[in-house]
Ligand binder design. Structure first.
Ligand code: MLT
Length: 264
């Protein structure tokens, strides 16, 4: 489905019924990454998964895309779908967007799942790495990004053990629009510290993390969970930065247990 929001065409899926759960994808991916979660969740929940602006099948307006702007798109989508309150599940960049949403609209969030993400901003070195990646996208396009990012996103064993997962992630990255990727990289580079948001949230928070995540490793998830008033951690074995794809069974089990145990 597609709708016009904040001057941008946003593509999304809206399946199942009941309490709403919003799945917010990472970079440089799209809602396609949530395929293993749709079947598991839609039996119990209304599952809403947008392509963030500049990603997937959504349109590609000029950047930068701040995390706030992408959170505003989510809020507008929920308004359009008459959803006043939802559980947010954000993976990596989706986690940054979820925290930006929580800063503005904490009353609309019934539960928060932060998967393989961080509440802290980029370090000075991290910001430089974003600028190098922006130059790489400009000069060489998404194939070069895929070459660098794929090994960082997946656990070392995944490409051999699960070649279909590696192929799917690779295809999503290669299909990404370079201008969209640049807009998101600028937005991530400039995102603010969200640890204050995490501290102030009253809703339950689950921090999920792939055991072998090299980008946001388990101690980062532990730290986030300890900052939240009502937080806990779930480490997913046999997975790197994309546990929802690398070990969907364990990821879905943890997610369902968390979401079902609450009035989300
Ligand atoms: C992501 O998976 O969304 C990115 O790795 C996030 C980031 O680069 O900070």
């Amino acid at each position: 489905m597609q709708c016009d929001l904040n001057g941008v065409q946003i593509a999304y899926d809206d399946v199942g019924s009941g309490r709403a759960v919003v799945l917010i994808h990472g970079f440089p991916l799209s809602r396609r990454m949530w395929r293993p979660q749709f079947s598991a969740l839609q039996e119990h929940f209304r599952v809403i998964a947008p392509d963030l602006r500049g990603h997937g099948e959504s349109s590609v307006p000029p950047g930068p895309y701040s995390m706030d702007t992408m959170a505003e798109d989510i809020a507008a989508l929920l308004d359009r779908l008459s959803v006043s309150k939802a559980a947010l599940v954000g993976l990596s960049m989706g986690g940054y967007v979820s925290l930006a949403f929580c800063r503005r609209w904490p009353e609309r969030v019934s539960a928060l799942v932060l998967a393989d993400t961080k509440a802290v901003p980029d370090t000075p070195e991290g910001k430089q790495a974003r600028d190098s990646m922006i130059s790489l996208v400009r000069e060489k396009g998404m194939a070069a990004v895929e070459e660098i990012m794929l090994p960082r996103l997946l656990a070392p064993a995944t490409p051999q053990a699960k070649p279909d997962v590696a192929a799917e992630v690779s295809a999503i990255i290669r299909a990404a629009h370079p201008d969209g990727a640049i807009g998101a990289l600028q937005g991530m580079r400039d995102r603010p510290d969200s640890t204050d948001v995490l501290r102030s949230l009253e809703c339950p928070v689950l921090c999920i993390c792939g055991e072998e995540d090299a980008l946001s490793p388990p101690p980062v998830a532990q730290e986030m969970a300890s900052l939240a008033r009502n937080g806990r951690v779930e480490v997913i074995p046999g997975a790197g930065h994309l546990p929802n794809l690398e070990n969907p069974h364990a990821f879905n089990t943890a997610l369902l247990a968390f979401l079902s145990g609450r009035e989300v």
